[in-house]
Design a protein around this ligand. Structure first.
Ligand code: AMP
Length: 140
């Protein structure tokens, strides 16, 4: 298995080098809006430790990440009035992973609306900011 490379974009986000629309943050976890959402309201949840994917993360970190993911998912469903959710995690290139820092995708789903292709659209900052704000309110 490859080792963790701290030049990945999510490591840069954690270091504050790249701005994001934050949805949730605590000492162990950061959640933010995906910039090329596969559904409206697509959020990524990441741990603050150096973990490449599900293959190398410590079990206690993964357990905590999933507890936070559930809490954020419930808030997203409420805030964005979704009919359901898809939760995804890709590990290694063959598994579809493109950013090599562990992340969980939370995808709000709406009846009859398929997932978009990766990078199909890039919404404006104002839409992502508004979605993040409504999710933060649902979490409060
Ligand atoms: P994966 O294919 O599972 O590795 O997913 C990586 C995700 O990161 C994709 O959905 C990208 O749209 C998303 N992404 C990449 N760069 C950024 C960024 N700077 N801010 C937010 N999301 C990003």
């Amino acid at each position: 298995m490859d080792t963790y490379d701290s030049n990945n974009i999510f490591a840069e986000i954690l270091r504050g080098e790249v701005p994001v629309h934050k949805v949730y943050e605590d000492g162990a976890t950061l959640a933010f809006m995906d910039t090329t959402p596969r559904t409206d309201g697509h959020v990524l949840v990441i741990p603050k430790v150096r973990a490449r994917n599900i293959l190398d993360v410590a079990p206690d970190i993964l357990a905590d990440l999933m507890i936070k993911t559930q809490r954020i998912a419930v808030a997203i469903k409420t805030a964005l009035k979704a009919d359901g959710l898809s939760i995804q995690q890709y590990s290694e290139s063959a598994g579809g992973q493109t950013v090599f820092h562990l992340h969980i995708h939370i995808l709000p789903r709406y009846r009859g609306v398929p997932l978009r292709s990766p990078a199909e659209i890039m919404p404006g900052n104002s839409l992502l900011a508004a979605q993040a704000e409504s999710i933060r309110k649902a979490l409060a």
